[in-house]
Design a protein. Structure first.
Length: 486
């Protein structure tokens, strides 16, 4: 689709006003659209209607108003939000007005989660109550534990996590608007708060269970006397030691900072899924399962794993120049650089580099760190990458930290989704309390076949159907059975 040219007209006669004027060259009609917060309502363009042009497809619906086509939401804002702000041109990120650097240095994950969800930093009594509630909602029902235990030992941890939260909906019927009415959470703030602390509390327990399945160990009950990240590490790693066993506090602190850095990032793929699904007023457990499934995709939650695989493939510092040359020739992919939003360095990557040093002091220097530093330095000195705004992002360093701490590669997305739940819940709560919730129902531009009549199968012509347009042979076990041939 062609993009309209932009011209600038300066006139001393026309007084500037906060609006745009759009002229429909098909009809000559013009509309003035008010600009609010540097945005305009897409529905305003539906006023631009025109008769069908000669030979135009009826499926264009031209007389019914102009539509806005924006695949992947490149320049479309789906909500107004007070939670997180990103200035991608300056490399700036803040939650509720607080810069991410300050939160990472001075706050904790649970305090940051409270800030995201409720809008302000908690007082000491609020913080104590918040922490107590979350750490006393970590238990997972026995029936749900049995369901999780039935998963294959080699199940992907994210599959276990998603399945557990989808099933959790059945364990909280009182939290389901489908059973108790559309205004369930509008009229019952206490019920909303209960689901929030239950989800945050049980997330670490489910994550640890997904890990314990992999190593064929019994589940470890949570401990409410530990911090949020301490408890996660404890449930993952506790073996036969007495209850006095505690994870290394330096690693728990490092993980807590990483959780702050991953807590929210405004309208990414998974958070927008949370908002989209939540608009139907389904229960929050189903929303979390859907959002987590979106994050499970390799283009979203698999970036730091891809970084480790890339660095492993490079192998040594000496191979860095050749690898970057292969990237320029489109023979290799560069992971951990660039971002859909940031045009400067991801502010989280600056903080996370310091966390890496903290972890390496405890666990030893990760073998790939020299390759990572050499790759980063070489890329930042190369105009090919800097001119394309390809700077290291948070995924570049987080994978190295997780690997140094001994987490398996396929557990990385779980360490992404657990902290991101606070952001999901903040946006879910904001949406329901806005008083403006409407079910999300995107439009489409239909480019398929025009109307045609049904033809009985006997009268249809033979045609070659391949690829996406028809069913091809599906390989499966049945075709390989040793059947008696008569």
């Amino acid at each position: 689709m062609a993009i309209a040219s932009v011209s600038s007209v300066t006139s001393s006669v026309v007084k500037p006003r906060n609006s745009i004027t759009v002229v429909d060259n098909r009809t000559g009609k013009s509309i003035e659209i008010e600009i609010t917060n540097n945005s305009i309502p897409a529905t305003a363009f539906s006023q631009l209607k025109a008769p069908y042009a000669d030979g135009e497809r009826a499926e264009n619906d031209t007389p019914y108003g102009l539509r806005i086509l924006d695949p992947s939401f490149i320049n479309t804002a789906m909500i107004q939000s007070e939670i997180t702000y990103i200035d991608g041109n300056k490399g700036f990120l803040m939650h509720r007005g607080y810069p991410i650097e300050q939160l990472a240095e001075k706050s904790s994950y649970l305090e940051t989660a409270y800030l995201l969800i409720y809008g302000e930093l908690p007082s000491k009594p609020q913080s104590d109550l918040w922490t107590w509630e979350i750490m006393h909602h970590t238990f997972v029902a026995d029936d749900l534990q049995q369901m999780i235990r039935q998963m294959r030992y080699d199940s992907h941890p994210m599959s276990v996590f998603i399945s557990a939260f989808a099933a959790m909906s059945a364990f909280a019927p009182e939290a389901n608007p489908s059973l108790h009415g559309n205004d369930l959470y509008i009229n019952n703030k206490a019920l909303m708060n209960k689901q929030i602390v239950r989800i945050l509390g049980k997330a670490t327990t489910v994550a640890a269970m997904a890990y314990r399945i992999r190593i064929n160990r019994p589940f470890t009950p949570p401990r409410s006397d530990l911090s949020y990240t301490e408890n996660l590490l404890y449930m993952m790693d506790h073996m036969a030691e007495p209850n006095s066993y505690r994870p290394d506090p330096r690693l728990a602190k490092a993980l807590d900072i990483l959780f702050i850095l991953h807590a929210d990032h405004e309208m990414n793929c998974s958070t927008s899924t949370m908002v989209h699904v939540g608009s139907s007023l389904v229960d929050p457990y189903s929303c979390v399962a859907a959002a987590s499934a979106a994050l499970y995709g390799p283009l979203h939650g698999g970036a730091n794993e891809a970084v480790i695989r890339m660095l492993t493939k490079i192998g040594s510092v000496e191979n860095v120049p050749g690898f970057l040359e292969a990237v320029k020739q489109k023979k290799e992919l560069l992971f951990g650089f660039g971002h859909r939003v940031y045009r400067e360095t991801d502010p989280r990557s600056k903080v996370i580099r310091e966390v890496a040093d903290m972890v390496f002091e405890v666990c030893g220097k990760e073998s790939l760190i020299d390759v990572a530093i050499a790759l980063k330095d070489a890329a930042l000195k190369d105009d090919y990458f800097t001119s394309r705004k390809l700077f290291p992002n948070v995924d570049y360093w987080s994978g190295l930290i997780y690997k140094a701490m001994g987490f398996p590669l396929d557990f990385f997305p779980v360490l992404f989704v657990v902290p991101r739940l606070s952001g999901y819940l903040a946006h879910w709560k904001q949406q329901l309390e806005s008083g403006k919730n409407k079910i999300s129902r995107p439009r489409q531009v239909y480019v398929g076949k025009s109307r045609r009549d049904y033809v009985p199968v006997e009268a249809r012509e033979e045609r070659t159907i391949t690829g996406q347009n028809g069913l091809t042979e599906i390989p499966h076990y049945i075709s390989k059975r040793r059947l008696t041939k008569i």
